[in-house]
Ligand binder design. Sequence first.
Ligand SMILES: Nc1nc2c(c(=O)[nH]1)N[C@H]1C(S)=C(S)[C@@H](COP(=O)(O)O)O[C@H]1N2
Ligand SMILES: [Mo]
Length: 164
Amino acid sequence: MTDASAVRLIVDGEVEQACSLSAAELATLAAEYQIADVSQIEPKRQGRGIWLAGLLAAAGTKAAATHVTLHAAADDFHASVPLAAVAERAFLIYGVDDEAAMKPLPASAGGPFRFFIRDHAACHTAEVDECANVKFVDRIELTVGPGQDNRPQDEAEHSKLHEK
Ligand SMILES: Nc1nc2c(c(=O)[nH]1)N[C@H]1C(S)=C(S)[C@@H](COP(=O)(O)O)O[C@H]1N2
Ligand SMILES: [Mo]
């Protein structure tokens, strides 16, 4: 089994300083960006989160960046959304509090790292839709223009994905 503390999130691309962060390190980023309990924002989701703005502050967004591209190597799923549309409303869920200790977010909840956009649109209706709530995200890449994106394009592709 993989050591949870060895699981890291990469933030790279159009940034001043590419970062690789474990859940424990994410928990030490500035308090103003931390979400102690994401259910306060999304009632159906649980765990500790950090606003995307906190990750961008840590890495330093370059002026040329226009898109946030989320990569999940685990199942080869990718989504690219306009930075301006998500900068103030996306967050990453990175752990769950269990008594005193923080545990990894389970895969059943999209863990160890799950991207989430507050007030997302319905599936395949807009650029910032529910499908861009990438599970198992291991890399957040800032890009100039849209990056890799293989979200389902229509209802047929969408149901196929959900059958998995
Ligand atoms: N890694 C990964 N993330 C993913 C998907 C996927 O297949 N793989 N499906 C997306 C789609 S199409 C939707 S609608 C949402 C569903 O999230 P939920 O199952 O937590 O409600 O996850 C998105 N994130
Ligand atoms: Mo979706």
